[in-house]
Design a protein around this ligand. Sequence first.
Ligand SMILES: [Mg+2]
Length: 140
Amino acid sequence: MTPSSSGTEDASLHRKHDGTPPTLGIDIDGTIDEGPAFFRTLAAIWPGRVIIITYRRDRAQAEAELVRLGIRYHDLILVSSFDAKAEVIERERVDVYFDDQPEMLRAIPAHVNVMLVRNEGNFCFTDRLWLFSDQTGRQV
Ligand SMILES: [Mg+2]
């Protein structure tokens, strides 16, 4: 990476090409609740929209959990399938997305910065190995 391209990427973290600040998307289960202090801080200082995208059915319970964890957000969107998260991310023009399930991340457009959160569901702390299925991983 050249210094000039690095500078461009740094700038893109603050403003999109249309001048609006970037949009942050975050999952709840295994993500926010895996590092609430980090996500509380990130959401509080994020310059653009913060959208919570969760594979849950109970909106009131999700809202209560976000209040309890102190997460600032603009929209809470509930989805009912893995691919629906990717559709929401594209529709809402999310620029940076945090999730813990590779299944959720497969269909997300390449231009979105994806951050995979480690937890006991995707990482074996005994063997120190990531856990992938045939659908989400390939041995290198
Ligand atoms: Mg999750």
